[in-house]
Design a protein around this ligand. Structure first.
Ligand code: ISE
Length: 335
């Protein structure tokens, strides 16, 4: 069985998904690439063997020649495109965040529930990263006892969209929120946000967040989308008996000019290449089997957007903001 796939968005992530599905995922065929810039869609389609290009996402979402959809358009289009996929009864892998607006996330959840079938997976690919997966397995196996503090650092060379701290919280930090919820198997209850230099600091300085959880562990998160030196994601989980640190997937180190060094990638694609590959394979397998994969659901997407909204409020008010989640619908019980 071959699943015909459409990719909406031919920018950085749309093109990377096209490459992954064309080269690394069995059981799929790229049927269409969609982009407002049709020439850009054509370039990706030609490179990865998709037959059709268009600027109209609804044309492919509603096409009988398309069985499943990847949404890799800008954040502001995610929820509307996901809703259109649900209306058409098509499974959708939507890039994170599901939306930057909690109300939109809630309408995706209710549309999916009304449709009566789990169709949405949110592209929180870190759940498939070998390092985070091992961290979770070690924690579950009791290697460090009870988790106490999860230190996370998220550093980009420069802002991919805009440099504002609000964007760091709404666009970049959701990866950290999702992976921390998944790892610690708990929910956030409150968030405080700090910036070096306080409210008067320039837009480009890092955001430091402290998140409290229902389980008691703290998440201590630096998001620095203007770090200049490289794409660098770090994590250390401190428990009662020890700690577990993430390692970057370096395969070589260089010895030259009196120094030993490893390189940083310019963006997230090399660091998370294996995570994206595993995520996309798992998604296609789940489509073949007709059941949700162990990826993030619309509920998970909603929880991280709600946390981001609280984070933006904490940033702007300078106050600690409590996070109140709605009750988790039974529909997402197996997520
Ligand atoms: C980007 O959209 C991503 O998803 C990357 O993984 C993240 O590191 C980056 O900060 C985001 O802007």
């Amino acid at each position: 069985m071959t699943i015909n796939l459409a990719i909406i968005g031919a920018g950085v992530m749309g093109a990377d998904h096209a490459r992954i599905f064309a080269n690394e995922v069995p059981g799929v065929k790229l049927a269409a690439i969609v982009d407002a810039d049709v020439a850009r869609a054509r370039k990706v389609a030609d490179e990865y063997g998709a037959s059709h290009v268009t600027a109209d996402p609804l044309e492919v979402i509603n096409s009988r020649a398309v069985a499943a959809v990847v949404v890799a358009a800008p954040d502001k289009f995610h929820s509307a495109l996901t809703l259109a996929c649900i209306a058409a009864g098509k499974p959708v892998l939507c890039e994170k965040p599901l939306s930057q607006d909690v109300g939109e996330c809630l309408s995706v959840m209710s549309a999916e529930e009304k449709r009566g079938k789990r169709l949405v997976q949110v592209g929180f690919m870190r759940r498939f990263d070998p390092a985070y997966a091992e961290m979770k397995a070690l924690l579950a196996g009791g290697a460090i006892g009870k988790a106490l503090v999860f230190h996370c650092q998220h550093r980009n060379v420069s802002a991919a969209y805009d440099a504002r701290p609000e964007t760091a919280i709404a666009n970049s930090a959701p990866h950290e929120f999702d992976v921390a919820r998944w790892l610690l198997e708990t929910e956030f209850t409150a968030v405080s946000v700090f910036r070096p230099g306080g409210a008067a600091a320039p837009a480009t300085v890092p955001v430091q967040m402290v998140l409290e959880t229902a389980g008691g562990a703290l998440v201590n998160l630096e998001v620095n989308i203007n770090a200049a030196y490289g794409y660098d994601v770090r994590g250390e989980l401190v428990g009662e008996k020890g700690s577990i640190e993430l390692r970057n997937p370096d395969v070589t180190s260089r010895n030259a000019a009196l120094a030993r060094s490893t390189a940083y990638p310019a963006d997230w694609r090399p660091r998370f290449a294996e995570a994206y590959r595993r995520q996309n394979i798992a998604w296609v397998k789940s489509l073949e089997q007709g059941k949700p994969s162990h990826g993030a659901s619309a509920w998970d997407g909603t929880c991280s957007t709600l946390t981001a909204e609280a984070g933006v409020k904490a940033l702007q008010s300078g106050a600690r903001v409590e996070i109140a989640l709605p009750a988790k619908p039974g529909f997402y019980a197996t997520a």
